[in-house]
Design a protein around this ligand. Sequence first.
Ligand code: F0G
Length: 435
Amino acid sequence: MRFETERPTSWQACLTCGNELTETDPHSRCPVCGGLLEIHHRPPDLTRDELIGRFTERRGREPTAPPSGVWRFREIVLPGARQIVSHPEGNTPLLHRDALDRWTGVQRLLLKHEGHNPTGSFKDRGMTVGVTQAVRIGATAVACASTGNTSASLAAYASQAGLPALVLVPADGVALGKLAQSLAYGARTLLVRGDFDDCLRLVQEASDKLGVYLLNSINPFRLEGQKTIVLELLQQLGWTAPDWIVLPAGNLGNTAAFGKALREAHAWGLISQMPRLAAVQASGAAPFARSFAEGFARRHTVKADTVATAIRIGDPASYDRAVRAIRETNGVVMAVEDGEILEAKAAVDGCGVGCEPASAASVAGVRQLLRRGIMAPEEHAVAVLTGHILKDPEVLLRYHRETEPPPPGANRPIEIEPDLREVERALQETGKGER
Ligand code: F0G
């Protein structure tokens, strides 16, 4: 067919025979000749300037504004910085999914997805500031200990700055995607036969004795960058503070950074209400939760073990700063079991959002806060997803393909012969709601 009179706004046309179809025609190829289809649009009813004006308006900022979601807040991050090492980073979305409201029991849970950063975790926000500072002070090499994300981020930013990078990670227990990134971005990668706490001890010695600039979250400039997770989410909420901000906690750099961001935002009049922080640890790596339960009477260390390798940390470095953050925000610290983390992860993944295991601890934490009556369903909560789903493909595949008996959220792949009947059978089973 051909549209003889006025053309619709959009239509489909066959590249081979010119046959035209309506925009909603479901054929995947031309029904006349089998050729490939192409979408056509009527020219927009706007001038060039009007079009560009609309695109600029929707982008939400002037074209000349810095594209980084960290340096947008430079006056309260690092006002003195001139030569900035930026990917750019930040500008991460605030998401909502009905399925997670149902799973957690909160009326409207928002997710700040830091996995949308350039190397797939929130670490980029700290690293842009940390590496900018390294360049500023003339560092000749940079280093970190890491459970994987800090090292991936350091490797990328150091490479951008032209600085040699040394990363120390536990030989056993770094998620595949993270290790792959460190190697690919070109960091000298040391697989230490020990855990994260050993790596951190060693890299601190190395930075003291060998003169490399340390870029773990002990470094206060890193935390200045990580404050912008909170600043950006407050901006996205029109500077109305939520009741709760819930985050996974390992080495406690982020907990400390969030506390500082909120303290400053409140003191400088950006928000009038102080949200409560909830720091969520894995129960096999929960020294901070233990201290909290004792009113922070003493600092604990543990031999850490959890499926969430990012937060497999037994002696968190930013303990003192994080205690302050929890106290000043009337916050809570809690622990969730690995089973709860994996269930939360399946819920986050299954609604198309996806995150790495440690990130899901925050969503598991929200559900537990509700069940324990600490959070009310109508309270406004933001859970931070700290890393991307592809960081840890091994945990994912084990959960979906291998665990016996299959956990409730397991989505077993089905191997078939190249035969239509087998596809049909699989489709029918999908229709029955089987996963
Ligand atoms: N979530 C993810 C994905 C992480 O990688 C980390 C920490 C945390 C949460 C916890 O944040 O340490 O500030 O309390 N990862 C560090 C690393 C330790 O080396 O990548 P924290």
